[in-house]
Design a protein around this ligand. Structure first.
Ligand SMILES: NC(=O)c1ccc[n+]([C@@H]2O[C@H](COP(=O)([O-])OP(=O)(O)OC[C@H]3O[C@@H](n4cnc5c(N)ncnc54)[C@H](OP(=O)(O)O)[C@@H]3O)[C@@H](O)[C@H]2O)c1
Length: 244
């Protein structure tokens, strides 16, 4: 895809991977809108990158997803790139007694929201020049980490959905791309839990260069290996990730 001359919407773009992608789209000459739940985080991102446009939006709520499309059509009618990046990661012991609503939220944010946003935005995107939907999945889409079981399941499902979306939209101008991060050093799951990951800037530089080169599915380091691995290799990866 071209990196410049776009108008890009990035969910969860006020921090981590989303913010790193936002910076690079802006540097390439695109207009970028980022959304998230925390107004203070959005303001911080705008201070860091004054060219950013921001809006508070909780993508777990159907009404806010619909409201987001209506707002975009009003304020940024030329928007041509949707990046489904917002996500949460919870450590869950499945045998523990926990309120289902708490667990369901992870499904809604990581899976329902990107599926609904993708379908909601299709009619709008079809009218734009060079339209793109980018879904952010995970190396854990291919071999789960059992300590984040619901997260891993949502990312496997989002990878699957992305393949179907690309197939169904093949006859339209909309390109469907997938970013498959490995562990990246961000605040995912809470500050201090992902410091073992690769530096977010190195990851984002590599991803953007490969998207610019026309690749449809882009990993990095261990997630590049995972997305290309055989079933036997991912079974071995599962054992390794889960220390068996
Ligand atoms: N870091 C990694 O190791 C890694 C690996 C594989 C995949 N990923 C994926 O990369 C994406 C970005 O994660 P990250 O690592 O950059 O972590 P992050 O810094 O925590 O970013 C996640 C973003 O999502 C937003 N968000 C969460 N729930 C939301 C909601 N209901 N509505 C709107 N925004 C919401 C958060 O903002 P608010 O809290 O303000 O809403 C936050 O800005 C996620 O999809 C994650 O699963 C990350």
């Amino acid at each position: 895809m071209q990196l410049g001359a776009n108008t890009v919407l990035i969910t969860g773009g006020a921090s981590g991977i989303g913010l790193a992608l936002a910076e690079r789209f802006v540097q390439a000459g695109s207009t970028v809108v980022v959304v998230g739940r925390r107004a203070d985080k959005l303001a911080e991102a705008r201070q860091h990158l004054p060219a950013l446009h921001t809006r508070v939006c909780d993508v777990s709520l159907e009404a806010e997803r619909r409201g987001l499309l209506a707002w975009v059509q009003q304020e940024f009618p030329q928007l041509n790139v949707l990046v489904n990046n917002a996500g949460v990661q919870r450590r869950v012991q499945l045998a523990d007694d926990e309120d289902w609503e708490v667990r369901r939220q992870e499904l809604v944010i990581n899976l329902e929201a990107p599926i609904h946003l993708s379908t909601l935005f299709i009619p709008h995107l079809q009218q734009q020049a060079a339209p793109v939907i980018i879904n952010v999945t995970s190396g854990l889409s291919f071999a789960p980490a059992a300590f984040v079981p619901i997260y891993s399941a949502t990312k496997a499902a989002l990878h699957s959905f992305t393949l179907s979306l690309r197939h169904q939209l093949a006859a339209t101008p909309i390109q469907v791309l997938e970013i498959v991060p490995p562990a990246v050093n961000t605040d995912l799951g809470g500050p201090g839990l992902h410091t073992f990951g690769v530096p977010v800037d190195d990851f984002a530089d590599s991803v953007m260069a490969r998207l610019a080169a026309g690749e449809q599915e882009v990993g990095y380091g261990t997630s590049e290996l995972a997305r290309l691995a055989s079933r036997a290799e991912n079974d071995a990866r599962f054992q390794q990730i889960n220390n068996r």
